[in-house]
Every structure is written in C-alpha cells, then in structure tokens.
Design a protein around this ligand. Structure first.
Ligand code: NAI
Length: 429
C-alpha cells in the first residue's frame, strides 16, 4: 500500500467512539433488511473469493453502502472507500467502517472540492485491483492521473446512470482501458432503485425538509426516464398534479398516456409549485424559467450532478439569499419573489440534512448485483475486454431468486415443453 497524505476518517473526527457506535447502530438496522447481501456475504465468508485483492470504492457512504463494503471485505478483500458526493456521507458510518481491519474509509461529509479529490487519490493510493464507482470518479481519476495502475486492474462496476453514460462515452472514444460492468442497467437495479428508490426517497426528503404537503400541488418532473417515472407515480399517489417535461418524444408520449400533463419547461415554470429534475443532463432549469416562477416555489434535483438547476444564474438574479430552513436556501429576487432551493441542488434524496437515501430493501438489490459483479470480474475477468459490459443476465436472475425466496414469494418455472416451444421457430398455426 502506498502512503497517502489524506487521512482516514478515524483521524479526522473528535468524538470517534460515539461516532463509531452510532454508525454501527445504523448499519445493524440496515443489515436486518438486506437478505440478499446476507446470503451473498455467507457465501463470500466461506469461499473468500477476494483474498489478496484490493477494492477501491467511491460511493455514497451511508449505512446501506456500508453493508456492501463490509460484504466485500468479509470476502477477503482489502477495501479503501470514499464518498461520491460531498453531502451524502454519514461520518458516523464512515467511522464505523474504518474500524474493520480490512477497510480504510476516507469519506467525510461536507468536504470541499480539494478534499473530495484528495480522498479519491487516497483510495487510488491503495492501488486497487477492482474499482466500484457511483458516478465514475475513480475510473476517471485513474485514467487521467494514474494510468500506470491500469495494468493491475482486473475490472470495475458502475452503479448509476450518469456513470454508465460517462463510461460509454469514454468507451466510444476508445479511452476506457479496463472492463466495467454497467450495474445500473440491470433490471434488478434500475426497475427498482431508479424507479421506486428515487421516487420514494426524493419525495420523502423534500417533505421532511420543508414540512410541506404534496396534495394539490403542481409538481413538475423534468425527465421521464426511470427516476422520473418513479417520482411522477409516487407524487401522483400523494395527490399532486404531475406535469412532465421531456426532450425524448417517446418518453413524452408515455407520460402523456399515463395521464400526466406534458409541456415545455418554459410553460411549466409559470404553473409549478415544486420542480424536481431527474434528467442526468445540465441546464434544465435556467434563468428564463426562474423569471417566470411563482413566489415560494421549491426547486430540487434528483439527478447525479448539481448542474440540472442553474444556481449561478439564480444567484446572479437574487438580491438576497438566506437559509429559510435547514437544507432550504431562499433566493430573493428583485420583485420580492423567493425561490427555495433544497440541498444546494445536489441529489435531494441523499444530500438534504434529513435525507437517508433509498429505502434499505431497494439498495439490497442494487448492492447484491454489485457484489456478484465483483465476484464475476475476478472469476472470469479474462472473458471481458476493456470497455463497458452488460451484467450477465444469470447474475441478475440469481439476485432476483434470493430476493423472492426472502420475501416468501414462489413463482412458476417453464416446463421442458414450454421451453422448447419458446426456443423454436417452426410451430405455426
Ligand atoms: P434515464 O436516461 O432513464 O432518464 C433521463 C430522462 O431525462 C430521459 O428520458 C431524457 O430524455 C430526459 N432528459 C434529458 N435531458 C432533458 C431535458 N433537458 N429536459 C427534460 N428531460 C430531459 O436516466 P435515469 O435512470 O432516470 O437517471 C436520471 C439521473 O438520475 C441520472 O443522473 C442518474 O445517475 C441519477 N440517479 C439518481 C438516483 C438518486 O438516488 N437520486 C438513483 C438513480 C439514478
């Protein structure tokens, strides 16, 4: 292991013992609701598939992710972890992780840009043989600044849509030099985590942060992808009037056929009470929209980066700015209107002060896939060239079966005759 100047969390906290205890308490609660990781962990403890491996991770360091980190460490890996967003880390959980003999955690909440990247470098200094990312920061930093490590890296796994987009762009440019699984793209991840997880936790975080109701509000959901669908459905379920904005015609049509109003942001800006961006794109809500908004609107983002709402433009328009509540910054405009930004425009379900991220059960699925992807990369790494790879369907089904069994849900299987029929092309009328 290389020496690093940036210290682990244990060297940064004052009341370390109570932080560790609280972090462990949060992790124990999560563990009780993560049957998939429990099952995978039992297998890893018995087989020690990661012995001698070093896993570098940049993820939202909170209780659920911590269970993945521990699961990989229990499988024999030496794990170095840091955050993937300066506001999503729970310091107590980070401290609890750092007590494990196989884990070093550098994640700390509220770090500035310089510290954030210093912590990423500290993880890279462990010379990982596998990377696990949420947003591709590790892959980017390794390729840009530490290309000499690439030969020693078996592969990686990426958690989120934005990370997979960035990786595919890198792959298309021929710049991605090791194989990475697109964990985000598996059915077991995005049909549950992006849809239900983002839907439930974003709305819960906004409600808790503001103490305001959804009922009767005009809620503008920007982007009707996996996350947007979840947000729209759950907001409608809480009696909001949902308005969708989209740039992709089929998704706009889908939203229309679901019964939501679809209109350009320029129109939605005039009528919305709450705006929630879920596009993974930039500049979705900009100056021309702020100019039309009603007094008191709420602005929040659930996309990966804090660039969906143009806060610089809003700051330029504002004559005053103040913290209206914990996690709510009011921007007062010249005409007296106040526009309220939640969690600094960072992903609201993780970055608001009360946010807890996705529900535990949902992350059990996402992290179950991550864990078996790391196993697959080490067992069959030679089968994967440099580039982005779909996760083998068998792994996704393996996780679904564990979850169904844990839920006590039985389901049918194809008979041999049915399987033969489904695989044939010569059975006509
Ligand atoms: P997706 O690709 O399924 O959906 C994005 C949608 O936004 C697409 O339909 C696209 O056409 C639309 N869009 C793009 N630019 C737009 C614009 N200017 N105006 C309106 N619509 C626009 O992606 P998915 O899976 O829904 O993820 C969206 C973002 O959320 C990504 O950044 C992803 O990393 C992030 N994410 C956040 C989570 C969280 O916990 N908050 C969880 C999972 C994903």
């Amino acid at each position: 292991m290389t020496d690093t100047a940036y210290p682990p969390i244990s060297e940064q906290l004052d009341d370390l013992e109570s932080a560790r205890e609280e972090g462990r308490r949060k992790m124990d609660w999560a563990a009780q609701h993560m049957p998939i990781l429990e099952s995978v962990r039992e297998e890893f403890v018995a087989d020690q598939p990661f012995e001698g491996e070093r896993i570098g991770m940049a993820m939202h360091v909170e209780a659920k992710t911590a269970m993945l980190v521990e699961t990989l460490a229990e499988g024999g890996a030496e794990v170095a972890v840091t955050g993937c967003n300066p506001l999503s880390t729970h310091d107590d959980v980070s401290a609890a992780l750092d007590t494990h003999e196989n884990i070093t955690s550098y994640a700390k909440r509220g770090v500035d840009d310089e510290e954030y990247y210093a912590a990423i470098e500290a993880v890279i200094a462990h010379e990982p043989t596998i990377t696990v990312d949420d947003g591709m920061d590790l892959v980017a930093a390794i390729h840009e600044d530490y290309p000499e490590l690439i030969d020693g890296i078996v592969g990686g796994a990426e958690e989120t849509t934005t990370g997979v987009h960035r990786l595919r762009a890198m792959d298309a440019d021929g710049a991605l030099e090791y194989p990475v699984f697109a964990v985000n793209d598996t059915p077991m991840k995005r049909l549950f985590d992006n849809v239900h997880g983002t839907g439930e936790s974003s709305l819960a975080s906004i409600a808790m942060t503001t103490n305001l109701s959804w009922a009767g509000k005009n809620v503008v959901v920007a982007g009707y992808g996996y996350c947007g669908k979840g947000v729209a459905k759950k907001a409608a379920g809480q009696n909001a009037n949902v308005i969708v904005t989209e740039v992709e015609p089929r998704r706009a049509l889908e939203a229309h056929m679901e019964g939501y109003e679809v209109m350009p942001m320029a129109e939605a800006a005039e009528v919305g009470d709450v705006f929630l961006t879920t596009t993974g794109n930039r500049d979705v809500i900009v100056e021309e929209h702020f100019e039309k908004m009603q007094d008191g609107v709420l602005l929040a983002n659930a996309g990966h980066f804090d660039i969906e709402i143009d806060l610089e433009a809003l700051d330029d328009l504002a004559v005053d700015r103040f913290e209206a509540r914990d996690g709510v910054e009011a921007y007062e405009l010249e005409d007296g209107r106040k526009l309220n930004v939640i969690a600094e425009g960072r992903l609201v379900n993780l970055a608001a002060p009360v946010s807890l991220g996705h529900p535990v059960e949902v992350m059990d699925q996402s992290f179950g896939i991550q864990a078996v992807c790391v196993r697959e990369m080490l067992e069959n790494g030679d089968a994967y060239d440099a580039g982005v790879h779909d996760v083998p369907d068998e792994l996704d089904k393996e996780i679904a079966e564990i979850k169904l069994e844990a839920e006590g849900v039985d389901h049918d299987s194809l008979t041999d005759t049915q399987r033969e029929y489904m695989d044939s092309w010569d059975h006509g009328t």
